[in-house]
Write a protein that binds this ligand. Structure first.
Ligand code: GAR
Length: 200
């Protein structure tokens, strides 16, 4: 089977991008790193591994739709099978989601449907839950609402601060994102309604 052609979208430090690169997943080829942020450290990480980079700053566009139409044009020659959002801090509009239907995945630093949106670790601490976690899901037209592929829990201890909790969450993310991508790229799962089911 041909390797899946994957683009990783990142806006910041890109530690998840690094974990995906380091996992050397045999069923994928990372053909592009895309960012909206010209200062993202993810750009350096991509360059260190000779992965092509496209930087398109959203600030130069009037609307989300206009921005995404341009992204779609730029992505076209890469012939992508999968877009992996790894700390891409822009909400996608239906323009991009429909163009890549069921081909976009995201990682979220909480156990969805709890604590969607931003600052999820802080939300979990403030709510007082004893466990939070990490969710990898397909992206649909809502915010953090798509079918869930994998989840993993993280315990919140009394001594945790937002910082220490984020460190624990990151550790788990770096383990489960490559695993989820491997599942998708080996075609071992199917989506039935909201449920993502292992085929074998
Ligand atoms: C990750 O913790 C990811 O879950 C989060 O951004 C961080 C990016 O870290 N994503 C979201 O909050 C999306 N709503 P990284 O740049 O080091 O991979």
């Amino acid at each position: 089977m041909d390797k899946m052609r994957v683009a990783v979208f990142a806006s910041g430090s890109g530690t998840n991008l690094q974990a995906i690169i380091d996992a050397e997943i045999q069923t994928i080829q990372i053909v592009l790193v895309f960012t909206n942020n010209p200062k993202a450290y993810a750009i350096e990480r991509a360059k260190n591994h000779n992965i092509p980079v496209e930087v398109i700053d959203h600030k130069n566009y009037q609307t989300r739709e206009e921005y995404e139409k341009h992204i779609i044009e730029v992505l076209d020659p890469y012939k992508l099978d999968l877009i992996v959002l790894a700390g891409f801090m822009r909400i996608l509009s239906p323009v991009l989601v429909r163009a890549y239907k069921n081909k976009i995945v995201n990682i979220h630093p909480a156990l969805l449907p709890s604590f969607p949106g931003i600052n999820s670790a802080r939300q979990a601490l403030e709510y007082g839950v004893k466990y939070t976690g990490v969710t990898v899901h397909f992206v649909d037209e809502g915010v953090d609402t798509g079918p869930i592929i994998l989840q993993s829990i993280v315990e919140i201890e009394d001594k945790d601060t937002e910082e220490s909790l984020l460190r624990k969450i990151h550790k788990v993310e770096h383990r489960i994102y490559p695993k989820a991508i491997e599942l998708i790229s080996s075609a071992d799962i199917e989506v039935i309604g909201r449920r993502v089911i292992k085929k074998y």
